[in-house]
Design a protein around this ligand. Structure first.
Ligand SMILES: [Zn+2]
Ligand SMILES: [Zn+2]
Length: 223
């Protein structure tokens, strides 16, 4: 039997590991996806929906933490097939929609090499652009599909990086504004604005929560 696609984080939050990146499935009145993995994540997300007894048409909302292709890779699939609304911070909106391109710089020499590699990779297989149906400003409380969540604009990794604090479960989806390695948080290594990235990282870590769900690496439990 294939391994389970879903790994439980909290009552209604599940992690899907797509190669080197995470996305999260929130089981609400309809399904909410917090990020969508790379383009190749689609079969695994479909399997995860089946494990919850759901169908693709149950996906109602896609929250994107930022515009990078390993986070918005399948957003277009759910927008198209389930007519799910795609939400992203206004500062990343044009990139997600494919009308703007932006590149990051690496913090440290090794990171610079990786940025160059990722840049080449992105050109070979860019994420499918998707038109966000909802633009977020940050620091707003949203009541959506039976969920209450707070948006936290966390610029730096990208200008429109945005974390989502799911209040009933007390789970913080940090995207790449927090870089989790070996169970410990660190600031992002690829940035559009280095100073803002450090400020955002410190701000996110100061938010009390039961679990912090990063874009890469293992979820970090505890406050
Ligand atoms: Zn990223
Ligand atoms: Zn990432």
């Amino acid at each position: 039997m294939a391994p389970d696609a879903l790994e439980r984080v909290s009552d209604r939050v599940y992690r899907v590991k797509d190669r080197y990146v995470n996305l999260y499935v929130i089981d609400a009145e309809r399904i909410v996806l917090a990020d969508t993995g790379t383009r190749t994540a689609e079969p695994k997300i479909r399997a995860g929906l089946r494990e919850l007894g759901k169908e693709v048409s149950d996906v109602g909302l896609v929250l994107l933490t930022h515009h990078h292709g390993d986070h918005m890779g399948t957003a277009g699939v759910w927008a198209r097939e389930a007519r799910a609304q795609v939400a992203v911070h206004e500062a990343d909106r044009e990139v997600v929609a494919g009308r703007e391109r932006r590149s990051a710089t690496g913090v440290g020499a090794a990171a610079k090499v990786v940025v160059t590699f990722l840049g080449v990779f992105a050109r070979l297989r860019p994420a499918e652009p998707v038109e966000p149906g909802r633009t977020l400003a940050g620091d707003e409380t949203l009541d959506l599909l039976g969920l209450r969540l707070r948006t936290v604009h966390a610029p730096g990794h990208t200008l429109g990086s945005c974390a989502f604090h799911l209040l009933p479960d007390d789970v913080l989806f940090a995207g790449d504004a927090v870089n989790a390695r070996d169970g410990r948080p660190g600031p992002p290594r690829f940035v559009e604005d280095p100073d803002a990235a450090v400020r955002s990282y410190e701000r996110l870590l100061a938010i009390p929560r039961k679990a912090l769900c990063p874009g890469h690496g293992e979820p970090i439990r505890g406050p």
